[in-house]
Design a protein around this ligand. Sequence first.
Ligand code: PHE
Length: 460
Amino acid sequence: MSENRGNFGSKLGVVLASAGSAVGLGNIWRFPTEVGNNGGAAFILLYLVCVLFIGMPIMISEFVIGRHTHANTATAYQKLAPGKWWRVQGGMGVLVAFIIMCYYSVISGWTLYYAYASLAGMLSDGSMDFIVFFSDFVSNPVLPVCFAVLVMAMVHAIIVRGVQGGIEKFSKVMMPMLLLIICVLMVCAFSLPGSSAGLSFLLKPDFSKVTPATFLSAIGQAFFSLSLAMGCLCTYASYFRDDTNLVKTAASVSVIDTMVALLSGFIIFPAVFSVPGVEPEAGPGLVFMSLPYVFTQAFHALPWVGYIFSFLFYVLLFLAALTSAISIHEPVTAYLHEAHSMSRKKAAWCVSVVCMTLGVFCSLSNGVLSDFKIFGLTLIDAFDALPSKILLPVGGIIISLFTGWYLDKKLLYDELTNNGHLRFPFFKVYVFLLRWIIPVAIGFVFVAEMLKTLFGIELF
Ligand code: PHE
């Protein structure tokens, strides 16, 4: 099977495809607001520590598991731990990818609609109520569904073209485009009067805001942003060639992901702070309700610049979402293709159709189905909460324990050094982090989150 399952053709392709998975909505809306809410530069420092000591070791482990087995996530764990309960993590990776795909296509559809709306000039009127605009759109039974289907069709078209002809080729065009758009937007944002207030908001360390809860946010953000424990990077690594330097690739992906997150902050906050009366807030509220208003106001002297800025921003958001969506489709497609002997095309069709059907219900849960609740959550919120609150942290703990304790250390070392051709002087530190630090750190976050969600008990 491993002979004809396809490979990434170049090192650049490997890095750009993996970075495409990591760079997503988490970088552009989640990171800047986490920074703002958690003490600016102090949070950035903490975040960097989390990426270095928690995120990167787990990413390296996923790379080892994928590349060593050259198999989809579920089969990979089965090959490495036949008959052992560790195998559960393989199936869980596929399940997480499947669940996230269902609602991620809906949210990606929103970004595409906003790109279209800004191009059509629908977001150019500063006197419009953007909160009403957003809630009318998401509660509409037809429009968001159409855009979600459109996004899924694009993802599908890329996935069926295979690893090299689809994912790699597409990432090589999209990722440079994404970086270029970021640079253009940053120049525009810096040229705004009042932008320096945004910069100091982002860069001035406020250590008084750093509490244990800040640490929890930093770990959660690192996990989400680096696409860990979702089966994505493990599946991508199964297409790496044997001469791919796993440690260097993980470092490059982490650096690109962190850079994009920081640069997004440099785009959003100068713009937000140049408009009096707008408060930075988290999540969809910022991106879909506050920012359209900010763009009309910040550039009111030069409306055409605001028009282009707004359009490019939503294109950026869409591209970031699209490359992530592709990476979340692939683990499920590869699993059906390899473990259930379907052709790749048929497997991709199954994933696209089933995810889209569930996606339609997710979309409708913002409108006509909003009264249908699971544990008090609408369907789309439940599809988000199950992976992010439970499956991802548990998966992270299992991956680090699996590689730290169970996996043969010679196998691990040989994979990381490509059978002794490369040097990896931090091997012992890496194994120590996997065995002790990472499981304890994530376990701590998990318990704190659970107590808060289930019993309303705030530890900090
Ligand atoms: N890493 C992505 C981000 O930062 C998260 C993600 C990846 C979500 C893949 C879905 C699929 O937004």
